[in-house]
Design a protein around this ligand. Structure first.
Ligand code: GAP
Length: 460
């Protein structure tokens, strides 16, 4: 399959089956905004739940929090976002389309025929990718979304939607440390929405202006940073391998060299993914020194130091920050899960194209589909109460329309790991057929035991 075909197939499946819809569609849309439908919501929720369980719930050294989206603008003055959170914007003199200068330079340097002599130094050496026209000199464009608090729209009321969740956790370090009486090292974690006025959003849910991040600030003694960084790199590998169960060959561990890192970071690794549209960032981990704590202490005038209970030494904690784009993780799960294969139909000797989303079972939006063989009353009298009982523990779909083969294919296409079929034999032998999404093997299981049977499969 062509790589770009894969993106198109995924976008189309997402819309058709209710994972992701184009935003504001009945009003002609809003470019690069997306709404998560029933299945998209469930998949994203399952990714967030798994992330939370792995990085927060199962660890003794993590505490959760949920901070405001709109904060005192001085938070962003301290973090440097108001001054520096910008991209270089260029515009074509002819067609007036706008682009991120760094993306265009990067793309033109990656051209197959490129020779070192003709490497473009400046953005004005690069032709407009849309019409070939001349591009203007780049200028800085701040990505913060501005708004106003209260009724008057003047500069004293300006506020910003947060561009990351980190700020809320830094400014609450002292609160959290005091109420939980934690000793270093410990982390504060949260998942939440963020807003960036991106110049060139695109590639489906890869880059949008509104997106979710799961991240944590892990506060440490200054001399512990190297070992702690390695520990978190190991945990991140375990996350991708054991929990998200992706093909690890699709990840690229990009050690950001000195000079390209943010000035305050002593080590940053971008975890990149081989998307159909190129190798690009999936998420990252950075050692941020005590930069953030120092800046918030300076700008707020508050003492944010930690007192070591053993030595009584006072110092600002240093921070390791693993950060994960939830929407990018969702895109990766969709890409990893998508499979097409020729599979046998109910007609002997015939095959058809089976599209199957091979999500890890614990992430599948629908875990079990209950499918009575027909709409007949005597079958639904068994199937409906069974579905209702299973709903107490699992995410269940109930479908009684169309031929059973078609219904299996519909469930395969949304990645449902198990289909439970109630047929006329069920009325006699009190058993149902359980079909496995991946092997397509079918097994007869007694109605009395089917709940336990399925729960064991999901290990819940
Ligand atoms: N506190 C660190 C921080 O915010 P970042 O690399 O700017 O780091 C974190 O953003 C993650 O958020 C990225 O690694 C990416 O997964 C995701 N992300 C960033 N911008 C995004 C956008 N416009 N759309 C979707 N996800 C985005």
């Amino acid at each position: 399959m062509e790589k770009n075909d894969l993106m198109e197939k995924i976008i189309s499946l997402c819309k058709r089956r209710g994972f992701v819809f184009p935003g504001s569609e009945i009003y002609g849309g809003l470019a690069n905004s997306w709404d998560y439908g029933p299945l998209g919501h469930l998949l994203k929720q399952n990714i967030k739940k798994a992330w939370w369980k792995f990085f927060v719930q199962e660890r003794a050294d993590m505490v959760p929090m949920d901070t405001a989206i709109i904060m005192n603008p001085r938070v962003w003055e301290a973090s440097g976002h108001l001054q520096n959170f910008s991209d270089e914007l260029t515009e074509c003199k002819k067609c007036h389309h706008r682009f991120r200068a760094d993306h265009l330079l990067e793309a033109s340097r990656a051209e197959p025929g490129y020779d070192k002599e003709s490497v473009p130094e400046k953005i004005t050496d690069v032709p407009c990718p849309d019409c070939g026209g001349e591009l203007m000199n780049a200028k800085q464009f701040n990505l913060m979304f501005k708004t106003f608090i209260g009724v008057t729209e003047d500069t004293s009321n300006v506020a910003y939607l947060r561009p990351e969740t980190a700020g809320g956790m830094f400014i609450n370090f002292k609160n959290i440390q005091q109420v939980t009486r934690r000793r270093l090292p410990f982390g504060i974690a949260q998942i939440g929405k963020n807003f960036r006025n991106e110049i060139t959003p695109g590639n489906f849910i890869f880059r949008t202006r509104e997106f979710e991040i799961g991240e944590f600030e892990y506060f440490i003694k200054p001399d512990a940073w190297e070992a702690t960084f390695e520990m978190w790199l190991g945990e991140i590998k375990r996350w991708w391998q054991d929990v998200m169960q992706i093909n690890m060959d699709n990840l690229v561990w990009h050690e950001i060299p000195e000079g390209e890192r943010a000035h305050y970071s002593k080590r940053t690794v971008d975890i990149e993914y081989k998307y159909p549209f190129g190798v690009k960032e999936l998420h990252g981990i950075a050692y941020r020194t005590d930069f953030d704590m120092k800046r918030h202490q300076e700008v707020s005038g508050q003492d944010l130091q930690y007192t070591d209970p053993e030595t009584n030494e006072k110092y600002l904690p240093h921070v390791i920050e693993p950060t994960f784009g939830i929407d990018r993780m969702m895109l990766v799960m969709l890409l990893e899960a998508y499979h097409e294969e020729q599979a046998p139909t109910s007609v002997e000797g015939e095959t058809d194209l089976r599209v199957v989303m091979r999500f890890p079972k614990h992430l599948a939006p629908i875990q079990v589909a209950v499918l009575p063989l027909s709409k007949k009353e005597e079958l639904s009298a068994v199937a409906k109460p069974l579905a209702q009982e299973l709903r107490k523990y699992l995410s269940v779909d109930y479908d009684e329309t169309q031929a059973i083969g078609k219904r299996y294919r519909r469930q395969d296409e949304i990645g449902t790991p198990y289909c439970v079929t109630v047929d006329f034999d069920s009325l006699e032998d009190k058993k149902v057929t359980v079909r496995d999404r991946d092997t397509m093997q079918q097994e007869r299981v007694s109605i009395e035991e089917v709940k336990e049977y399925l729960l064991n499969k999901f290990n819940t």
